[in-house]
Write a protein that binds this ligand. Structure first.
Ligand code: SF4
Length: 265
């Protein structure tokens, strides 16, 4: 059996030290950032109202950090992927607007700024026969998540993203719907789907968001389940607090119930 050589031992230590330093710096940067004072449209499609209210009120999660370094880097890869996809879309001849004329993000705010949303872009024309203008939303997904989206469609596979598109259509007054694109981070394949506008769903999402920002405490909102063993509660980073599980400990590493973005499923 091969034994670990001195070089490998030293290298392993270097890898670990570099990663620790980067993680530490990234988490410190994230913690120093100003907390959001609004409920972002990217979260309105969250099924559990209690969880949304915890997020809006900045309730501490069961773990210490909101997101460990690895998850923050995956978020960054998502942002980088959006820039790259913008390039591809324009190269293919789509008229894609990603910023307002004055350079700001394209979006909306309501309820004195307590509700906000920023879409990836608006497509006003292109080489494919679609009912322009359309909201554009793009995500970079891992292989499993990407395949699930392709198989089931955005509404069933990624209801939070579907809801995001509905919200932008309503608030930015684009009734033709949206174009959802996603790139497979493992293979580079692209899946896209024209998502039709559903005004009833958009209204319900808006009503829900308004209820959340009107709460004084998260406990005013209903839980999606009273059973702490409910499988969706198992993914929630507020599970212990929400279900009053006493042995809540503050850990310095990612808890087993760490909330992962849906594209990490
Ligand atoms: S633990 Fe379950 S009910 Fe409680 S906030 Fe999370 S998802 Fe909602």
């Amino acid at each position: 059996m091969a034994t670990e050589g001195n070089h490998q031992k030293i290298n392993r230590k270097i890898i670990q030290m570099i990663q620790e330093q980067i993680d530490k710096a990234m988490i410190a940067k994230q913690m120093a950032q100003e907390k959001r004072t609004y409920l972002g449209a990217s979260r309105w499609g969250e099924e559990c109202m209690r969880r949304l209210a915890y997020e809006y009120h900045h309730t501490p999660t069961d773990g210490e950090e909101d997101f460990p370094g690895k998850i923050l880097r995956i978020f960054d890869m998502g942002h980088d992927g959006e820039t790259r996809m913008t390039e591809y879309m324009r190269l293919a001849g789509f008229d894609l607007i990603t910023e307002k004329a004055n350079g700001g993000q394209m979006g909306f705010y309501a309820m004195d700024g307590k509700l906000k949303g920023h879409c990836d872009g608006v497509i006003t024309g292109g080489p494919v026969d679609l009912p322009y203008p359309l909201i554009w939303e793009h995500k970079a997904l891992n292989d499993k998540s990407w395949a699930d989206t392709k198989k089931k469609g955005v509404k069933e596979s990624k209801p939070v993203y579907w809801s995001q598109i509905q919200t932008y259509c309503a608030y930015l007054d684009i009734p033709n719907g949206g174009l959802f694109t996603t790139i497979n981070r493992n293979t580079g394949e692209i899946y896209s789907e024209h998502v039709e506008f559903d005004p009833v769903a958009a209204q319900a999402l808006s009503d829900k968001a308004i209820r959340i920002v009107q709460t004084r405490s998260p406990e005013e909102m209903p839980k999606m389940s009273n059973d702490p063993c409910f499988y969706k509660c198992g993914w929630c980073s507020f599970r212990k607090r929400c279900h009053n599980i006493k042995e809540m400990t503050i850990s310095t590493t990612a808890p087993a119930t760490q909330t992962f973005p849906s594209w990490l499923k």
